[in-house]
Design a protein around this ligand. Structure first.
Ligand SMILES: *Cc1c(COP(=O)(O)O)cnc(C)c1O
Length: 369
């Protein structure tokens, strides 16, 4: 059966926005603006403004944003970092790579960290907490920051899926010591390759990140070496692309919310199907993903594939079940989510009639069984 609705469509995205992006690229390439030029600085300014923070530092990926945040904050061997297992590998890999120990707590109804469980996970070795704002919805940061302050813990936000989402009117990434972003092509703001950034209000931390992202070299005329490390700078060419896309960002969010509302309106009466609809005025969600949950997830997915509807499972194996990471935890809600969640297609280029086709397909699965 032919694919009728794709899960992502980078070709169509390029068709719509490619002309202006290519014009900007041609200009910079013709002028040899390749490494750490004004485009990176401008993007950093734009991003900090969007997040309501003083600074942003462009890096090579979301992983680098998390890893370098932890390193700049002094997290290392012997430290415990509280986070979740229902997340992308990068969140936990960054902790493990630094020799620190991830301590995992379970998720709540919205598949985000259940912040009420954090208190119990704190030990004398706890140094930091990494909340993950999954699918375009934030964790309850107001509550989490209270716990963190009380126990003097650092907070590094994994905001890779939630650029401009809010909790109590504050943006994702602006609560903690740092907020980490990824501009992987299929994030809401996507580069044409790998890219990421850290936002922060802390000037000292910003300065450390600037050193850490490029071999610890101070780029002033003296070029003193403060530390050594690796190269994780945000590519100038990717920054050109990101800046060119930014003027469209708010219209993309609007369209995402519109599509999410169409799904919710038409599917909310479906028996046995949980939708990502959490009416709570404290939060604004930006719908990086539209995640549904049902115990018959695998059968539904096979049915949708036969209908030509592409879907995605994030993630079929929770991270505490990866032998490579050597983690142990009992996380019943996380394990249930890994068995039951499914993301439906949602991106600004999706046409109304494609959304309608997905809705009809989901409905016909539940009607026939
Ligand atoms: C995308 C993502 C990352 C990191 O992404 P990179 O591929 O390293 O840019 C980290 N955490 C979450 C939750 C993500 O979705």
């Amino acid at each position: 059966m032919n694919t009728r609705v794709r899960f992502v469509n980078p070709e169509l995205h390029f068709k719509r926005y490619g002309k202006e992006i290519m014009a900007a690229l041609k200009d910079r390439l013709a002028r040899g603006e390749l490494i750490l030029r004004d485009d990176v600085t401008n993007f950093e300014k734009n991003l900090a403004t969007m997040c309501g923070t003083k600074y942003a530092v462009g890096v090579n990926s979301g992983f680098d944003a998390i890893f370098l945040s932890l390193e700049a904050a002094g997290v290392g061997r012997g430290d415990e970092v509280i986070t979740v297992a229902h997340t992308f590998l990068a969140t936990i890999a960054a902790i493990v790579k630094l020799g620190a120990t991830p301590v995992l707590v379970d998720v709540g109804e919205d598949w985000n960290m259940d912040v009420a469980l954090v208190q119990k996970a704190i030990t004398p070795r706890t140094k930091a907490i990494i909340p993950v704002h999954l699918n375009g919805r934030m964790c309850d940061m107001t509550a989490l920051m209270k716990t963190a302050k009380k126990h003097k813990l650092l907070v590094i936000e994994d905001a890779c899926q939630s650029l401009t989402a809010t909790c109590d009117r504050k943006k994702a990434g602006s609560f903690g010591l740092t907020g980490c972003f990824s501009f992987y092509p299929f994030k809401i703001l996507g580069a044409f390759g790998e890219a990421g950034a850290v936002v922060t209000n802390d000037a000292k931390l910003r300065d450390k990140l600037i050193l850490l992202r490029y071999h610890g070299v101070d780029r002033t005329p003296e070029r003193k070496i403060h530390t050594y490390g690796w190269n994780a700078v945000l590519d100038n060419i990717q920054a050109v692309i990101l800046n060119a896309k930014l003027p469209h960002f708010s219209e993309w969010i609007k369209r995402r919310k519109q599509i999410a509302a169409m799904y919710t309106k038409s599917l909310k009466k479906t028996e046995g199907l949980k939708l990502p609809y959490f009416p709570d005025k404290r939060f604004t969600d930006i719908y990086q993903n539209y995640v549904i949950q049902t115990p018959r997830r695998d059968e539904l997915r096979t049915f949708l594939t036969k209908k030509g509807v592409e879907t995605l499972i994030s993630w079929p194996t929770p991270l505490h079940k990866y032998p490579q990471l050597g983690l142990h935890a009992s996380l019943p809600k996380t394990e249930q989510a890994s068995r039951e969640v499914l993301s439906l297609p949602l991106y600004p280029e999706l046409a109304d009639k494609e959304v309608a086709y997905v809705i009809d397909s989901v409905k016909s699965y539940f009607a026939r069984s």
